[in-house]
Design a protein around this ligand. Structure first.
Ligand code: LLP
Length: 413
């Protein structure tokens, strides 16, 4: 069930009119539906029920403490890629023992922080990094649980910027080098080899790349087992796509029933790291129409949100549905929906059919819950938006709008 629907001619999030939230929290504004977040997390968790598993939400998709806390209460772990994400995950109540640490460039400080926190495992991406983890663990007299991130060389058939599992990408170890890496690591003091991990890309809308990856991982795990290296965890990464426009991505249960046959005979605990599929369609960005402008050539809707608030359209030419918050039957005509930032790339939609709208009307940019706020910036010295969580007929601000004072925090004159 969609929790962003029109009732009596206006857009609601769950049981609250978006207009009413804006009256209190202003625009631009991110609004999330807690029922959607819960349903999406549970879809993964339940589809996995037949096998020992752990769902580690990818914090980079949305790192708001309240969202992480909601997921923590549902039993989620976290996939993190920085010390800052570890800090947030722990603050939000995600147990360290459910946190996996991915990323190609972990610093010594970050490794130290993760070791002293007692995370579940490091997904190691190079032999250099393995050395750094080993030395840091030795200095702290601790043991580091590690898995290698392998690069299965599978084409995820998605945008090149978000493909990660091809040979030419910077991520992971090539499968051909993985066996040797495991042998080396299994003889090193201070390290405990516990798993294998992978992540082939994001916004993947077919099951076949995941199935091919699962098969390659299973072959590696079998080979390692024959060599006496027994793993406890298989981490399949994230990457399941969502519907932004005309895509028809598999549902979590379809994705898992495609990969589970490849892995169900394995005794290892399965980990997955979904981000977008949990929070993408649980959030919208609400913005106000400031001005309209006709150049003869084109018609522009200039809104109060910009590429600093939601970068995906500028960065990836990503499509986000945009709807007026107040329903109208008026005929649409093509407009460019743009922000106030001084860049031609500052747009949300081009030549998009939209009805005529009054200045001050509200627009909802949909599917903005993943890689929306988490990729926002202060470019053009714009304070970042507020965030609101809706639960049934109530809502609360889960992040206050930034102030001008916030903008200069830490700076000297
Ligand atoms: N695990 C690892 C190691 C990752 O690198 C990522 C995402 C995920 C899990 C979660 O992937 P998801 O389930 O969300 O697809 N900013 C881009 C997406 C970048 C994804 C980077 N890695 C966008 O807005 O489309």
């Amino acid at each position: 069930m969609d929790h962003f629907i029109f009732k009596k001619g206006e857009l609601y999030c769950e049981d609250v009119p978006v207009r009413k939230i804006v009256e209190e929290a202003s625009t631009p504004l991110y609004i999330y539906s807690s029922a959607t977040l819960k349903r999406h997390f549970e879809a993964f968790d339940k589809a996995f029920a037949s096998h020992p598993h752990l769902v580690c939400f990818a914090v980079k998709a949305n790192n708001n403490l309240s969202i992480l806390n909601l997921l923590a209460r549902l039993g989620s772990g976290a996939d993190i890629v920085s010390g800052g994400e570890l800090f947030r995950a722990l603050k939000a109540g995600i147990p360290a023992g459910k946190i996996v640490y991915s990323g190609v460039g972990k610093t010594l400080d970050e490794i130290r922080y993760a070791l002293t926190s007692g995370i579940l495992m490091f997904n190691v991406e190079s032999m250099d990094e393995l050395d750094a983890i080993k030395n840091t663990a030795a200095a702290l007299k601790k043991q580091a649980n590690i898995s290698f991130r392998v690069n299965p060389d599978v084409d995820p058939k998605t945008h090149p910027y978000i493909s990660t599992g091809l040979k030419k990408n910077k991520f992971g170890l090539a499968c051909a080098n993985a066996i040797e890496a495991y042998h080396k690591a299994s003889h090193m003091d201070g390290l405990k080899v516990v798993g294998i991990s992978c992540h082939i890309g994001s916004q993947i809308t077919e099951t076949s790349p995941f199935v091919e990856t699962a098969r390659k991982i299973r072959n590696l795990v079998d080979e390692l087992g024959r060599d006496g290296i027994d793993l406890k965890f298989i981490d399949m990464g994230g990457g399941l796509g969502i519907k932004y426009n005309a895509e028809a991505p598999p549902k979590p249960e379809e994705y898992l029933s495609a990969i589970l046959p490849e892995l169900s005979s394995m005794p290892q605990t399965l980990i997955i790291e979904p981000g977008r599929a949990i929070c993408g369609n649980a959030g919208i960005l609400v913005t106000k129409l400031l001005y309209t402008k006709d150049t003869g050539e084109k018609r522009f809707y200039i809104v109060d949100a910009a590429m600093n608030d939601l970068a995906r359209p500028s960065l990836y030419q990503a499509h986000h549905e945009i709807v007026p918050v107040e329903e109208t039957a008026a005929a649409s005509q093509p407009v460019d929906i743009v922000g106030p930032i001084c860049e031609t790339g500052d747009f949300f939609a081009k030549d998009r059919p939209m009805p005529p709208m009054e200045k001050g009307s509200l627009l909802a940019i949909k599917s903005a819950g993943a890689y929306g706020f988490s990729m926002s910036s202060n470019y053009n010295s714009r304070p970042r938006p507020a965030e609101v969580m809706v639960t049934g007929d109530s809502f609360r601000i889960i992040r206050h709008r930034e102030t001008y004072e916030n903008l200069i925090r830490g700076e000297d004159n």
